[in-house]
Design a protein around this ligand. Sequence first.
Ligand code: CP
Length: 304
Amino acid sequence: MGNLLTMGDLSAEEIKKILADANNFSKDEGWAPNQSAFIANLFFEPSTRTKSSFEMAERKLGLQVIPFEANTSSVLKGETLYDTVKTLQSIGLSAVVIRHEKDRYFDELSNINIPIINGGDGCGHHPTQCLLDLLTIHQEFGSFTDLNIAIIGDILHSRVARSNSEALMRLGANVCFSGPPEWFDRQIIANGSYLPIDEAIQTADVVMLLRIQHERHQEHLQLTKQQYHEQYGLTIAREKSMKPDSIIMHPAPVNRNVEIASALVECGRSRIFKQMENGVYVRMAVLKRALQTPMEREMEYVII
Ligand code: CP
């Protein structure tokens, strides 16, 4: 089944196939499902980018999008996530996209027989964000091998840091981390290194900044926004120390003048809005993978 729950569901070859498909979708070289397919986006946490770009991807593929709003559904009457998804499977949906605040919410959905695409689980995983980040990096550098990627900020609470570091290391990149020591996650940084902020920024090909995930914090950091910006943010001065061809990325939403100076959000090095554009193409490719049969997928095997 074409589940995409974590980046661990994809081999390196499958990642490359999704990036190749996304590139084709960006050139309007399309694919359409063989038969009418119905899909719903179940977002139990706020989202601007992931939800709207999935909907855009679905509509571009000609899928029938069944509206679902958690706050007007029977979730409010105590329905479990399993019963909600089982209901949508029973009425004929072909696949579901789910974002949920619970880490690994999908473990309780193992008996569901339609593909599940994870749009983010708590502090756990965000595979489609990872894939759109990989596409953006690949467009820029043509390869991942020996690229220096600095992931900076709230590592502990970031599902993007988890998905990206795992995939980037697997694809041959060197990943380093920086930010407040209180927010390290030993599991995430196990195979990377820690660098002080200035060194991380000066040596990186990709400076990847993370938002402070206040909604997931048990204890709050004792720093003002200004202090955080000066100690751990990409300031105007730090941007000047970056290598000539290095780029800035951020999964967004951005907290301007906290993790990144507002003037840098749309500067020449920034790929932040390019990441969002790529999100539509990557999600088209992920939906294609979810809706194809295993045989159809095998017959299309291509390496970029
Ligand atoms: N990057 C990301 O997941 O953004 P949203 O929370 O707006 O979907």
